[in-house]
Design a binder for this molecule. Sequence first.
Ligand SMILES: [Zn+2]
Length: 175
Amino acid sequence: MTAITGGSARRLARWLVCVSALGCLPGAPARDAARGQQQDGSAEAASHPKEYWRGKLDPEVYRITRCSGTEAPFTGKYWNNHADGIYRCSNCGAPLFDSTDKFDSGTGWPSFTRSRPNSVSRRQDTSAGMVREEIVCKHCGAHLGHVFDDGPAPAGQRFCVNSASLTFEKRGAKK
Ligand SMILES: [Zn+2]
């Protein structure tokens, strides 16, 4: 049974904050996720141009990971996945999150209390009239979601991630 950690109002507030991230309109100039990523000295993959990723990724994955989009809640592959394993970046395959850190946030997006060490970068996101902390893959600059301070104890962090930014690998499975 899932413990009730907050009322429906709190869930609604979380939902509004998560869902209001600006998507990527067709043909609109998209924010270059890679450019900001290079500031903290991440891998060379971050320097790939958008054209590279557009040709490599499924359109919906491209929209979310390269244009800072957000998938609709309760629609992604992993919000309700409870299997044991590793969540990798859907763009470059880097391991980002562990299922042992996943929790039920009630938001409809995969939520984690922490990322794997040295895997995720943070940067300020002032889009949608809010100041939030965006999280991106440290290896390739893919947009993952946002991190909030209303997660469970002891760290109190909630990494709110799009399923489209992730691929899941069951523990012990061979690549
Ligand atoms: Zn990546």
